[in-house]
Design a protein around this ligand. Structure first.
Ligand code: S3P
Length: 172
């Protein structure tokens, strides 16, 4: 049984984790924390800059440390970065310490939402659709381990938040 006081959002880039998390936190009167923004504050660098100057393994180490620290606290709504689940220990901690909600969206919806993709180092390259599908395939089995999954493709932000609130109520 997960610790019922934290709620964490996982899912692919651009599915809306940060916007949904912020609104959900407001609705539940909880503190909202965006893991990527916390990493940026600590390092003084944008995620894109960390990837460029230090490389992905360095980012993943910062991500792991920051998540572990964050999960020692309670009563938060946490938005994570899309790749956090690829580390088994991160995923285990998230499953143990949070009600883990995965937001999904169709590849078309993701493509539309990433826009230019300039802020997302993992989506650089000529064929963005292929890249998204490749990463989704690699990650599907991890995302599927969430306690709750919500397909956001045809939902408004408000509707996604409503569905999470209902799902969280059913957990208590
Ligand atoms: C990543 C997703 C990004 C950010 C980093 C790596 C990923 O966060 O953590 O660029 O591996 O999917 P968002 O999911 O908020 O875009």
């Amino acid at each position: 049984m997960p610790d019922l006081h934290n709620i964490a959002l996982i899912g692919f880039m651009a599915v809306g984790k940060s916007a949904v998390g912020r609104n959900l936190a407001k609705r539940l009167s909880r503190r909202f924390v965006d893991l990527d923004r916390m990493i940026e504050k600590r390092s003084g660098l944008k995620v894109r800059e960390i990837f460029e100057s230090k490389g992905e393994p360095y980012f993943r180490e910062l991500e792991k440390q920051t998540l572990a620290e964050l999960l020692q606290q309670q009563d938060h709504v946490i938005a994570t970065g899309g790749g956090v689940v690829m580390d088994d220990e991160n995923l285990r901690l998230l499953k143990d310490k949070t009600i883990l909600v995965c937001l999904t969206a169709s590849t078309d919806a993701i493509l539309a939402r990433v826009g230019s993709g300039a802020k997302r180092p993992l989506l650089r390259g000529p064929n963005r659709r292929e890249r998204i599908e490749e990463l989704l395939n690699l990650r599907a089995e991890k995302y599927a381990q969430a306690h709750v999954t919500i397909d956001t493709s045809n939902l408004t932000l408000e509707q996604v938040v409503d569905q999470i609130v209902t799902a969280v109520d059913n957990f208590q």
